[in-house]
Design a protein around this ligand. Sequence first.
Ligand SMILES: [Zn+2]
Length: 184
Amino acid sequence: MAEFIKKSYLCTPMDKVYGYKVDLKGMTEDAVSHRWVLSDDFFSAVHGPEIEKGQVDVALRVKRTAEAFELEFQFDGQVEVECDRCLEPMNLPVHGECSLDARLGEEDDDDGDLITVAENPGVLDLSWYLYEMVALGIPMRHVHPEGQCDAAVVEKLSGAGKEKPVDPRWAALEQLKTKTNNKE
Ligand SMILES: [Zn+2]
């Protein structure tokens, strides 16, 4: 967790992602809810490695306790990722839950279990966290159902390394040879 929370403050592309913030300091009630839809715009702005497109509903419930803020997320939707076999895009359903604890402190910090948000302005930017949450829900290996991969690409990939690209002149000659052989 340390990795990606830090990234949310340092990564430049992140600056383009607005609206996925929670004002912890300004909470007027002990519990608040947020709803977001992570769409193609979100995923392209975050510029994460795994997901380029998607449509994911996120519900967040923030509870303020004496010690900390408890954030509980639920997400449900689908994302577009690259098929491991044919490298063509494929849609994957994603859903899950996760939680996060945060507190206000002097400066932004993250010790893995607890996020500290600088008291000024006391706002937690969740954009990268939301991305990671969805990305972690993607199975390690994801391929199209049997028979639905791009056949041409699969053939090319399985032949890769074994054959050199064929000079078109040789290919024409090869065809001629095949035709001749078939006549015999
Ligand atoms: Zn495929």
